[in-house]
Design a protein around this ligand. Structure first.
Ligand SMILES: Cc1ncc(COP(=O)(O)O)c(C=O)c1O
Length: 491
């Protein structure tokens, strides 16, 4: 018996997905993962592996970055999560430095022992007050909060009724807690009702947790949170809402969709992350009554058996909540929304469709994975960082770029992003057409379709719109792109 299986998946650079490598054949756990690495290398050789990048000096609105092979490029950055631009806020930086001077850099223990500091205790109280709850438990990451709240509360005989597009931390928490998981179609309240009615028709003894998000990060849409909470009351269930993406940056006072839907303090359990708006790692779970927080501390593994949030993180997040609650926070939210509207409208003007409603997440439709990967190959050379999202994170054939907007993006940044994405999409459409017609191959792509060369250093000072040579070509309209890719497929 060999550890490597001849049936290991093999694809070319424009085919296959992560899902194909989740379950690999073979007995040797370490050898069989090479099938995935081989696929990555094939994609890297064709320039279509856009993941695992790093920024050189911080994730700012323009920055330099490296591919996971170390190639350096520069450009406008729509791939980082810093919605209110607090990562570079001078008061936040000062706060972090002061906290480190006073408390050291390490929390040195779990919250169940002596990992909390006066800073993290104060942060728990601040978040509780902000959201209208009595108590909050902090977690080392948002992922840990999502996983931990479900694993902490739900037992094997209980049920989970969950929006099918819920984040991985919620899905994995559910899988770790019980086999009784019922997914309902995205944002379909009636689907959730059917699942609840079916469960309660046979089981009135065990608990049910309904799980959703206030803002879905691949579609930029929101459920009817009030209706879900009413359903929870009707069927003796508990509602959990993950507010990772909208808390702090949406809503009149920054309390996100639970504020917009007049549900502040009315949702059974709220969890969130600090990594999108609050300039730090970390997450939280908020509920009424101290008992839930106490139970989390001793029965939710990522709370019990993992180090508490560092003092610097607790101080940063506390200060970020102060800014969010201030007039400056309102101004930053106004600037962010103006940027979002401008980006969406300019993208539309270039025939690039966006998903959902205005939020800091602007997902741009690409369609096939092949087209999206070819567009991602062009973006670094054009001077843009953007995250490509494809199956299984989104349905097959619905690949998209997920742009994340910051309050401090300038109009110039937005114009550049739109021009560059539009140019990348148009050129990738031609790349694909040539590949599909057999006129060129992936092996000769770089020679046949060379990438534009950019000046060594991108200016961050230029005021007003500017368009570089690489993007001066008019975009190919969406219907023309579709026509060309249909005729190439037929060829
Ligand atoms: C909806 C949602 N929940 C939770 C998380 C996890 O948050 P964190 O990055 O703080 O671990 C994310 C981040 O991707 C998210 O999008």
């Amino acid at each position: 018996m060999t550890g490597i299986d001849d049936n290991a998946p093999k694809f070319d650079a424009l085919e296959g997905s992560m899902r194909d490598f989740r379950y690999l054949p073979g007995t040797d756990l370490l050898a069989r993962v090479s099938a995935f690495y081989d696929w990555q290398q094939i994609r890297r050789a064709a320039g279509v592996w856009p993941l695992g990048r790093s920024t050189e000096h911080g994730a700012f609105s323009r920055c330099s970055a490296r591919t996971d092979e170390g190639a350096l490029f520069e450009g406008v950055n729509f791939a980082s999560q810093d919605y209110l631009s607090l990562n570079s806020h001078p008061v936040i930086l000062e706060t972090a430095i002061e906290a480190m001077r006073e408390y050291g850099v390490h929390s040195a223990g779990s919250p169940a022992l002596v990992g909390n500091t006066s800073l993290s205790i104060a942060l728990e109280d601040k978040i509780a007050e902000f959201l209208g709850y009595d108590h909050v438990a902090l977690f080392p990451t948002g992922w840990a909060a999502g996983f931990g709240v479900i694993k902490g509360l739900v037992r094997p005989n209980d049920y989970i009724v969950m929006d099918a597009l819920s984040h991985a931390c919620l899905q994995e928490g559910a899988q770790a807690a019980t086999r009784n998981i019922h997914l309902f179609r995205h944002n379909q309240i009636e689907g959730a009702r059917e699942k609840l009615a079916k469960i309660r028709s046979t089981d009135t003894e065990n608990g049910i947790l309904i799980v959703t998000e206030s803002l879905f990060s691949m579609d930029s849409d929101t459920p009817d949170i009030r209706a879900l909470q009413e359903l929870a009351h009707e069927y003796g269930a508990t509602l959990l809402v993950d507010v990772a993406h909208d808390l702090g940056n949406l809503g009149p006072t920054g309390r996100g969709f639970i504020e917009i839907q007049d549900m502040l303090g009315k949702v059974d359990v709220v969890m969130g992350s600090f990594s999108k708006t609050f300039a730090s790692n970390g997450g939280f779970v908020a509920a009424r009554g101290r008992s839930v927080k106490e139970y989390m501390r001793y029965f939710s593994s990522p709370n019990t058996f993992s180090n508490a949030l560092s003092p610097a993180s607790a101080a940063i997040v506390g200060k970020a909540f102060d800014i969010v609650s201030s007039a400056e926070g309102a101004k930053l939210r106004g600037e962010l929304m103006a940027n979002i509207q401008m980006l969406r409208s300019l993208l539309g003007g270039c025939d690039l469709e966006t998903y959902g409603d205005p939020s800091a997440i602007v997902c741009v439709k690409m369609g096939t994975e092949a087209l999206a990967r070819l567009a991602s190959r062009r973006l670094p050379a054009l001077g843009m960082l953007a995250n490509l999202v494809e199956f299984p994170a989104v349905p097959k054939g619905q690949a998209r770029f997920r742009l994340q907007v910051m309050a401090r993006h300038s109009q110039h940044d937005i114009l550049d992003a739109v021009h560059r994405l539009s140019a990348a999409t148009s050129d990738a459409t031609e790349d694909l057409q040539l590949l599909q017609s057999g006129a060129i191959s992936l092996a000769t792509l770089d020679e046949a379709r060379p990438l534009p060369r950019r000046p060594a250093r991108e200016s961050v000072q230029v005021a007003g719109p500017a368009m570089d040579d690489a993007v001066r070509k008019p975009p190919i309209p969406a219907n023309e792109r579709r026509r060309r890719s249909r005729s190439a497929a037929a060829a």
